[in-house]
Design a protein around this ligand. Structure first.
Ligand code: PMP
Length: 459
């Protein structure tokens, strides 16, 4: 069967979608009056839907994923060749792309050592939680099993990872959750909880307060996003990470950095944690690892963590009792290898940093013009503009109006996002996360569309 479809076929495809597909994060009642959008083709930063409309994608596939852009034949060819050579063997054995990608990845992550493969961000994070629990069971008599997570951060959709959701609405209807997950305050200075000068250190000290309340001997790990994504694009305040690191060392708490959005390259370095001098014990990644060309996620650990799972072979409980049927085989790592080569050969980290500065300059200019923008935040091509009803009170903008801005941009052919899932669930931050190949013209077109949309919605 060929997927080269004409417009009649496409009409049937849209009908089939409407009849049979249950879309993620979607209220299907809307499809009683409108058609679901079905995308057909992508090239670079551009997308075409089933009606033939062209879009400039400023959110890399909707959820900050397609970092090297659409239509990369070299990735498709590498995957094709590998699938013909060897499509699969279970992860208890190695494969050529699995070994080579792990080596290349560790080269980019000084201090880290081992790669455990799975298929999604949730899964990669869940692996860490299981590792932490097993370390507690075997090395601390089961005492150090609590895992801290942060208000506004998100780590996935499984019951385990939802137990660490700092975004209340996502988790609200799916409990009860497993025990032992404890929330710490967020570090968003714009919505400051403390009136102090050194806000970063104060926000980190709030983590220490939770640790002392819970008992340091009961806390095994903390999971944090380096720059919070869905919680509203939250860049850390000065001094935050240094203090977090000190606190983790002081209480022997393993530091798990969730790079599912920031890796690879989104902030202008391979990983977000590398922007802030963090030395993690666990790093998880998924979306940008193969830019959506194949499903792959990685849980990366230090040799120190890995060593805690080594014991006499006859002890059947010491090794990590976990499997992921498709994890690491073989389309994922081969796509990831080629994705990494493209990022290097096309200097996309440098481009990301340069274009990110342009986005921030443009957003700051928009903030001067539009009083509904209360705050602008970002690192690399990972940026957000928080909309407020009133700059003084910082009352979040009505979500319907925020969505109207997104819809207006879409009508102009530019796809932007809106997020900020705080515990209250208000999505009042416009988000931009274009592919790392974005040009100055692309960036200007995106922010011009936002300018027009803000003018129309709020005039
Ligand atoms: N962590 C973060 C920071 C994420 O943004 C996401 C997905 N949006 C996940 C984990 C979960 O990834 P997945 O949807 O691949 O399970």
């Amino acid at each position: 069967m060929t997927l080269d479809l004409n417009i009649n076929d496409l009409t049937r495809v849209v009908a089939a979608d409407r009849e049979h597909v249950w879309h993620h994060l979607s209220q299907h009642k809307q499809y009683e009056t409108i058609d679901p959008r079905v995308f057909v083709e992508g090239k670079g930063m551009k997308l075409w839907d089933a009606t033939g409309r062209e879009f400039l994608d400023a959110v890399s596939g909707g959820v900050w994923t397609v970092n090297v852009g659409y239509g990369r034949e070299s990735i498709a060819n590498a995957v094709r060749d590998q699938l013909i050579k060897l499509n699969y063997y279970a992860g208890a054995a190695g494969t050529v792309p699995g070994a080579l990608f792990a080596q290349r990845l560790i080269e980019k992550m000084p201090g880290m050592s081992r790669v455990y493969y799975s298929n999604s961000g949730s899964e990669a994070n869940e692996k860490v939680y299981k590792m932490v629990r097993q370390i507690s069971a075997r090395h601390y008599g089961g005492a150090k099993q609590k895992i801290l997570y942060r208000d506004r951060d998100y780590h996935g959709t499984t019951l385990g990872t939802l137990a660490t959701s700092g975004q209340g609405q996502r988790a609200a209807q799916y409990g009860p959750y497993p025990d032992g997950f404890v929330m710490v305050p967020h570090c968003l200075e714009y919505r400051a909880q403390w009136n102090v000068e050194n806000y970063g250190e104060r926000a980190a000290d709030a983590i220490e307060e939770v640790i002392l309340r819970e008992g340091p001997d009961t806390v095994g790990a903390i999971v944090l996003e380096p720059v919070t994504a869905g919680g509203g694009v939250i860049t850390p305040p000065e001094g935050y990470w240094q203090r977090v690191q000190e606190i983790c060392r002081k209480y022997n708490i393993l530091l798990h950095i969730d790079e599912v959005v920031c890796g690879l390259g989104r902030t202008g370095t391979w990983f977000g944690y590398q922007q802030y001098g963090i030395e993690p014990d666990f790093v998880t990644m998924a979306k940008g690892v193969a830019s959506g060309y194949a499903a792959i996620s990685c849980t990366v650990t230090t040799e120190r963590v890995f060593d805690m799972f080594k014991d006499a072979p006859e002890d059947g409980m010491s090794y990590f009792r976990d499997i992921s049927t498709f994890g690491g085989c073989t389309a994922g790592p081969v796509a990831a290898l080629e994705n990494m080569r493209i990022i290097e050969d096309e200097n996309l980290l440098e481009n990301c940093t340069r274009m990110g500065e342009r986005v921030m300059a443009n957003l700051n200019a928009l903030m001067e013009k539009h009083s509904v923008i209360g705050d602008v935040r970002g690192k690399g091509l990972f940026c957000g503009a928080e909309l407020v009803a009133d700059r003084k009170t910082k009352e979040p903008m009505d979500e319907k109006k925020v969505q109207a801005v997104v819809a207006d941009c879409l009508a102009q052919g530019v796809i932007i996002g809106a997020t900020n899932r705080s515990m209250e669930g208000l999505n009042n931050t416009l988000t931009l996360s274009p592919a790392l190949i974005a040009t100055a013209d692309d960036i200007d077109r995106i922010t011009d569309a936002m300018d027009g949309a803000l003018t129309r919605v709020f005039s």
